[in-house]
Design a protein around this ligand. Structure first.
Ligand code: ADP
Length: 537
């Protein structure tokens, strides 16, 4: 066979010729809306490629972005990787210290930032970390009292739309994303052109994400974290239109955009989508064309899928993955025989699981001694993964992050059932080890969150002199609602094994949320680890 390199440019060329008139819509600074199609998009990507070359950006250089989901961010994805450089997306929600660390560690040569992140850009400029070029993506906030930065659209306008893409080997690095570093410093995961293309091809398939050319997809999941689950590559591959919501993450604004733009498909984490669901419930309406939804990044609560499906006729697909797995590794599509055999209630319960592995990925559940855990849907084990888009080693590391047999330990505890459906039980550092038995903090949280008065719940293992750890539940209740510990206990009583009952409950105003939108259990453990001991007589 011919050697036809799988590169991001191959996706760009394909969408330009095959689906050139499909639209991209981008909500940008000051509520401006930018509309164009894939032909015009490709022209601007080539202008950007010329601009990058004129700045001296070369193959292998890291070019950083600090940006919302916009058409400009999408152009950067393609132009940077297309010239053989590496598109390093930085999560602006990281602390200044973490961002400084990441930029230095990555050795970024240029930075493209949205106006909302001007202060971070100014800090990086002053810190002198080796970044040579700073460009503001938005047209309105490119200067501080000290600095005036280049403006993206002006840079593009000075360039021609002609560009000859270099021939790249498909194993060339194309993207870089740092994990949130809940333990130690953030670690960089490099994606190659090949891994991106394979991930896009498999994930978008009708048995998986089911992205079709008539879809209008809005990736609510941010492009600054794990390539927005690969959607900037997998959506154009099959010619679907794209809507970029910019900084508009509030449910009212998001709803309006999805409705106005007739979005058919959205993807996001449970927190943002639950807020959207709440808004839809209060209006008793859904964005008019919306009928497909992908949720992942954390477990949705047990009523999430049911409400979207039953009340709003939106098909929900639940997936699991991590920065190290590009990220889509499993998706919860029902096998044909299960659609026939299971009741609607049973199907909904199954859809709450994280699903089955995609072609190109393999999963394994093991005990602490490395022995295999049976696929019975009940036995807990450490989840290992390997595959064509699973990271082998972290950026800058000499050693592999996999074990000697080539499996990567995910840090998740899971079960796998007889039909190969994976269920994430907990992060291994969050699971509560009570007297040698394990209690899933995630399951307790999900059940507590179904109590009408409860907005959010988090469970940690607090130190206990007899059992090592016992569950402690922190609760955020709806405003102006009074609920007692006894009432929560009563609610949980017949829904959980008796020995899972938390030893204590703490009512808090809010829970600490990290850069990727997840509850920071480490902060809670730091604060409440000794809460049960302190309260002992
Ligand atoms: P980080 O939060 O450290 O940035 P990732 O964004 O890569 O890391 O998140 C990966 C982790 O998120 C997984 O290992 C898993 O614990 C959790 N996760 C992802 N998807 C799901 C899901 N659908 N259900 C439960 N947990 C999930």
């Amino acid at each position: 066979m011919m050697n036809f390199p799988l590169t991001t440019v191959s996706i760009l060329k394909h969408v330009e010729t095959e689906y050139g008139n499909r639209e991209l819509v981008s909500y940008c600074e000051q509520d401006s809306v930018f509309r164009y199609n894939y032909v015009e998009f490709s022209q601007r990507v080539r202008q950007l490629a010329n601009s990058l070359i004129s700045k001296g950006i070369k193959k292998g250089d890291r070019v950083a972005t600090l940006a919302w989901n916009t058409h400009r961010h999408m152009e950067l994805y393609y132009a940077i990787s297309g010239i053989g450089a590496i598109c390093h997306t930085i999560n602006p929600r990281y602390s200044m210290d973490q961002i400084r660390y990441i930029v230095k560690h990555a050795g970024d040569k240029a930075l493209y930032f949205d106006g909302d992140f001007l202060a971070i850009a100014a800090m990086l400029h002053s810190a002198n970390l080796g970044v040579e070029h700073f460009t503001c993506l938005a047209n309105d906030k490119a200067s501080t009292e000290e600095f005036t930065f280049m403006v993206y659209d002006e840079e593009l306008q000075s360039q021609t739309t002609d560009f000859v893409w270099p021939e790249l080997d498909e194993n060339t690095n194309a993207g870089l994303c740092y994990t949130s570093g809940t333990t130690g410093n953030p670690k960089g995961v490099l994606y190659t052109h090949r891994s991106i293309c394979l991930h896009s091809l498999v994930s978008s398939h009708s048995e998986n994400l089911d992205i079709e050319s008539q879809d209008v997809v809005c990736p609510i999941v941010p492009m600054f974290h794990v390539n927005a689950w690969g959607l900037p590559y997998s959506v154009p591959l099959f010619g679907a239109s794209m809507v970029f919501a910019g900084a508009n993450m509030q449910p009212e604004k998001l709803y309006k955009i999805l409705d106005d733009e007739a979005v058919t498909y959205i993807a996001g984490v449970p927190t943002i989508l639950s807020a959207l669901l709440g808004h839809m419930e209060s209006k008793q309406m859904k964005p008019k064309a919306l009928h497909k939804l992908l949720v992942g990044g954390a477990a949705p609560n047990s009523t999430f899928i049911e409400k979207f499906e039953q009340n709003f006729s939106i098909d929900v697909l639940h997936g699991w993955g991590m920065t190290e797995t590009s990220p889509v590794a499993t998706l919860c599509k029902l096998k044909p025989h299960l659609k026939e055999e299971l009741t609607i209630g049973e199907q909904l319960a199954l859809k709450n699981k994280q699903g089955r592995k995609l072609y190109g990925v393999e999963l394994k559940l093991v005990n602490t001694d490395g022995s295999l855990v049976p696929h019975d849907g009940k036995s807990y084990g450490d989840l290992l993964v390997r595959g064509a888009w699973v990271s082998e080693r972290y950026y800058g590391s000499e050693t592999s992050s996999s074990n000697q047999d080539g499996w990567f330990a995910t840090g998740d505890i899971a079960t796998i059932d007889e039909n190969n459906y994976l269920q994430i039980v907990d992060r291994s550092k969050d699971v509560i080890k009570s007297g040698g038995e394990w209690i899933s903090s995630v399951e307790l949280e999900n059940i507590a969150a179904t109590m009408p008065e409860v907005q959010q719940a988090a469970v940690i293992g607090a130190f206990h002199p007899k059992w090592d750890e016992r569950p402690l539940m922190l609760l955020v209740t709806s405003p102006d609602v009074q609920v007692s510990k006894e009432e929560v206990k009563q609610f949980l009583q017949d829904k959980i094994p008796s020995w899972w009952m938390p030893d204590d409950f703490v009512f808090v105003k809010s829970l600490p949320i990290g850069a990727t939108g997840k509850i920071q259990k480490r902060d809670l453990r730091d604060k409440y680890q000794n809460a049960l001991v302190d309260s002992l007589p």
